[in-house]
Ligand binder design. Structure first.
Ligand code: BES
Ligand code: MN
Length: 457
């Protein structure tokens, strides 16, 4: 057993270059899920993964088409009575724009210093390759100690619209003891982290229609309501003076933080000052009475993700726009429901929007929040693996981002996820110059080797 561990670790150490090359290969595929122009790349990425699984000796490797992007499955059930682990990953990425802010091509990975730069380097192709290479290290030495099932989707960054249906229709295929999900990162590179809660999401496009066409602002200024101004007023009304969201009933289902949990969150090695530094904002803003850790982890929020109206080019143009649009989304916490939040948004608009304009609200991505069990043996196996590699016990934290599959697996399969990845807070995920810290990435591979071996006696 000791040898088995040592052999797998040795294999990983010897094959660093080779692992890095595989990582670069998948980073070169621009698998942007939101953009139909990239559907060929999405398909190519799914085929790349299927090929990797076959090379690892996985069986039943199959690419399942969905109404949008394919799901990749593979399994190896040769470990007898050992546990069966469901490994989750997504191979899609966010769009790379604004392109002009990238120092190098987002789909031509470059190593600078200890970091590799490319879209998806951290979220989450790097994490996917960590799992593939940890498994390879075991397969090529003593063999896999546990049974494996792999589930890769290509729609995570657009809210996983087809995944729940797929899971519901393949319950037997996916049945397993627990899942691992490395799609959430670390508090800092010396702070191994297990994430036990994620926020949900309700994403909308709000359109405000004013005059039938753009108008000369001299001829018509002062006689019609300007949709950009209406939109600004509506958005401004969505928070009160205490930073609370004003949609009717928005907080009704929000679970209160217990005293114990607040004390625990206060012990995390990151505080308001770190948030101030990382964000580069002149000051923090948010719901009064909560720390930044509490606000991102356990309180809901509302943001404008983008706005569009009228003339935004060089110089000046005197015009009253006929349309104003904003992308508006809320991060949700247990037990808020994205569908209920949609209704709350409609009620807000019915009450607040002036009658002299027309509005339209389009619901986009939606996901439920989740809280995961943090005392089971699978979490303990991960905790021990992280401690072995980092020499320090992992921190347990609540995360502000969303991973829809975690709740879907709980509800549809009765399967809990162990959520632990190796991205860092300054990886620029979803932003220009996304990167991954390579020494941390290699440590991640070793951690997963330990983790799999920790699952058997
Ligand atoms: N990996 C992220 C989720 C995440 C972000 C975990 C930050 C931990 C920290 C994931 O790929 C993601 O970005 N999800 C989207 C989901 C949405 C489109 C439903 C998100 O959170 O915006
Ligand atoms: Mn993401």
């Amino acid at each position: 057993m000791a040898d088995r561990r040592e052999n797998a670790l040795q294999y990983a150490r010897k094959n660093k270059e080779k692992f890095l090359n595989a990582y670069k290969e998948i980073l070169k595929i621009p698998s942007v899920s939101t953009d139909p122009a990239h559907s060929v790349d999405i398909r190519y990425a799914s085929e790349w993964l299927a090929a990797q699984l076959r090379t690892l000796g996985m069986q039943k490797v199959q690419i399942f088409p969905t109404s949008k992007h394919p799901i990749v499955y593979g399994e190896w059930l040769g470990a007898g009575g050992a546990p069966t682990v469901l490994i989750y990953g997504h191979y899609d990425v966010q769009p790379a724009d604004p392109l002009n802010l990238w120092k190098t091509d987002p789909f031509d990975p470059v190593v600078r210093g200890e970091e590799i730069f490319a879209r998806g380097a951290s979220d989450m192709k790097g994490q996917v390759v960590v799992m593939l290479k940890a498994v390879e290290s075991l397969v090529k030495t003593g063999g896999m100690p546990v049974n494996l099932k792999w589930l890769f989707e290509g729609e995570e960054e657009i809210g996983s619209p087809n995944l729940a249906t797929f899971i519901a229709e393949h319950k037997d295929l996916l049945s397993s003891d627990f899942a691992v999900n490395p799609d959430a990162g670390m508090i800092g590179k010396e702070y191994p982290t297990i994430t036990y809660a994620l926020r949900g999401l309700a994403y909308f496009e709000l359109r405000i229609y004013g005059p039938g066409q753009d108008l000369h602002s001299g001829i018509y200024g002062g006689v019609v309501h300007n949709p950009a101004i209406v939109l600004a007023e509506l958005v401004a009304g969505m928070h009160d003076a205490k930073g609370r969201v004003t949609l009717p009933g928005f907080y009704d289902r929000v679970l209160k933080l217990t005293k114990e949990e607040r004390e625990e969150l206060a012990r995390l090695p990151i505080d308001d000052n770190n948030f101030l530094q990382i964000t580069g904002a002149p000051a923090l803003y948010g719901e009064a009475g909560f720390t930044a850790n509490e606000r991102t982890g356990a309180r809901p929020s509302l943001d404008v993700n983008g706005m569009l109206s009228g003339f935004t080019g060089e110089g000046s143009k005197t015009v009253i726009p006929s349309l104003a649009m904003a992308k508006i989304s809320m991060r949700l916490v247990p037990d808020q429901d994205p569908k209920e939040v949609h209704q709350q948004f409609i009620r807000y608009l019915q009450k607040q929007a002036p009658k002299d304009i027309r509005w339209e609200l389009i619901a986009m991505a939606g996901a439920s929040a989740s809280i995961s069990d943090r005392n089971n043996v699978w979490v303990q196996a991960m905790g021990k693996a992280l401690e072995t590699v980092w020499g320090t016990r992992p921190y347990f934290r609540r995360e502000g981002g969303s991973i829809p599959v975690v709740r879907d697996m709980q509800e549809l399969l009765g399967v809990e996820s162990v959520i632990s990845g190796f991205g860092l807070p300054d990886d620029n995920v979803h932003a220009p110059n996304e990167k991954m810290h390579l020494p941390t990435w290699y440590r991640g591979i070793e951690a997963f080797i330990h983790f799999f071996l920790n699952l058997i006696p």
